[in-house]
Ligand binder design. Structure first.
Ligand code: HEM
Length: 381
């Protein structure tokens, strides 16, 4: 999409698309492409509302933290942040390391792997289960639902399956939360139940919504980060040896993958008032799509944006959003990617796409990720 982004940044930086149809049937969206404008769309919550998905009773996604504005967003996020502290994530490190080692070593002898199916999908979903406190024996069931529970249901059948998976997950978490109320354990759900700010706690509905939004927001995104990182390494074979010998550069390489192939390419907001942006007049109630993927390739911020350069300063990237909704799971996603690359590069060299295969991106304008990555490699001896 990168050449399209550049063309739009130059010719149509803020443009209305009347044909776009939202999942809930409404039509029309403004596309925003330049870095400063995209940053404003995410940063200016007083004009650009996150309350995008229509409220539906009993719909945990529509009622979740990502879909709320202040003041409700502020109090919810404060309580959640009290439980979702850095030690919760760093305590997971040995477990994630063990999981990644197990998944990779299964393929050492054959020296091939379908990386998306056999690694990039199972790692994030199992990590979120572990984080929440889902017992081991239920991880497979959750993974099964997570497959249906993607950001991009296309056919009528997929949409039906999406809502069914959502319903079943909701019932599962309702029961799990009930159990933790009765008998707290050392897991995130129990900490979220106990978290209190100014006398306020999360309701059972808030807890269900949050557990489910973690699976929704933290899964496919991290799968894409892992896949995009490995794909980028197959494009730059010299980088594999460099990172093997200089492990301390792995975090910078991940940061640059996040900029260069941002797992989330765009998100929606809704104009709260009439607003002027990039010389265009956006009307109250209009939908606005802020193109994170384009902002991360804006040449006025990132010199030669089409060059993958792990030493560039890319701190301005918008891959995890910007402002009050900035991704809560960013440190966890980065930790997973760091451990994964560490383990893979320690055990394999000459990672490349299986010869004579072509790889495709998911047909989504919101996410950037590969459907399959069949890899071959050599076991490092
Ligand atoms: C929010 C990206 C991984 C949980 C966001 C937002 C972005 C994002 C762009 C902002 C949404 C908005 O402004 O509307 C990503 C990417 C990831 C990733 C690229 C992986 C590479 C995770 C993980 C978790 C997570 C692993 C949790 C385990 C959340 C939550 C929010 C969020 C709860 C909502 C925060 C709020 O509304 O205040 N993420 N995310 N994300 N993310 Fe992530």
């Amino acid at each position: 999409p990168f050449s399209w982004y550049h063309k739009m940044q130059q010719e149509n930086p803020v443009v209305f698309d009347g044909d776009y149809i939202h999942l809930w049937g409404e039509k029309g969206v403004w596309h925003v492409f330049r870095y400063e404008d995209v940053k404003r769309v995410y940063g200016d919550y007083e004009n650009f509302s996150s309350e995008v998905t229509p409220r539906m009773d009993n719909n945990p996604i529509a009622n979740s933290i990502t879909n709320l504005d202040p003041p409700r967003h502020r109090s919810l996020r404060k309580i959640i942040s009290k439980a979702f502290v850095p030690s919760v994530i760093s305590n997971l490190e040995p477990w994630i390391r063990q999981l990644c080692t197990q998944l990779w070593e299964k393929h050492l002898e054959s020296e091939k792997i379908e990386f998306i199916r056999d690694f990039a999908i199972p790692v994030p979903v199992r990590v979120i289960c572990q984080l929440l406190g889902v017992p081991d024996q239920n991880h497979e069931q959750i993974s099964h639902w997570a497959k249906a529970f993607t950001s991009n249901p296309q056919t009528e059948e997929e949409v039906g399956y999406f809502f069914q998976a959502q319903q079943e997950q909701m019932e599962y978490f309702t029961a799990l939360i009930e159990q933790r109320y009765k008998e707290p354990k050392d897991d995130l759900i129990s900490s979220l139940i106990a978290a209190e700010v100014d006398g306020e706690r999360l309701s059972t509905e808030d807890l269900i919504s949050f557990a489910m939004i973690l699976l929704f927001a933290g899964n496919e995104t991290t799968t894409n980060l892992l896949g995009n990182a490995i794909y980028t390494l197959t494009e730059h074979p010299e980088m594999q040896e460099h990172l093997f010998e200089n492990r301390e550069d792995i975090p910078q390489a991940i940061d640059e993958v996040l900029r260069y192939r941002s797992p989330v390419q765009s998100l929606f907001r809704k104009a709260k008032h009439d607003i002027e942006l990039g010389g265009k007049r956006i009307k109250q109630g209009d939908y606005v799509s802020g193109w994170i993927g384009a902002a991360n390739h804006d040449p006025s911020i990132f010199e030669q944006p089409g060059t993958f350069d792990i030493y560039r300063d890319n701190q301005a990237k918008l891959s995890f959003g910007h402002g009050i909704h900035y991704c809560i799971g960013a440190p966890l996603a980065i930790l997973e990617a760091k451990i994964a690359l560490d383990i893979i590069l320690e055990r394999a060299t000459q990672l490349q796409l299986e010869p004579n295969t072509s790889v495709d991106l998911y047909p989504s304008s919101i996410m950037y990720g590969f459907q399959k990555l069949p890899l071959v490699f050599q076991k490092r001896t």
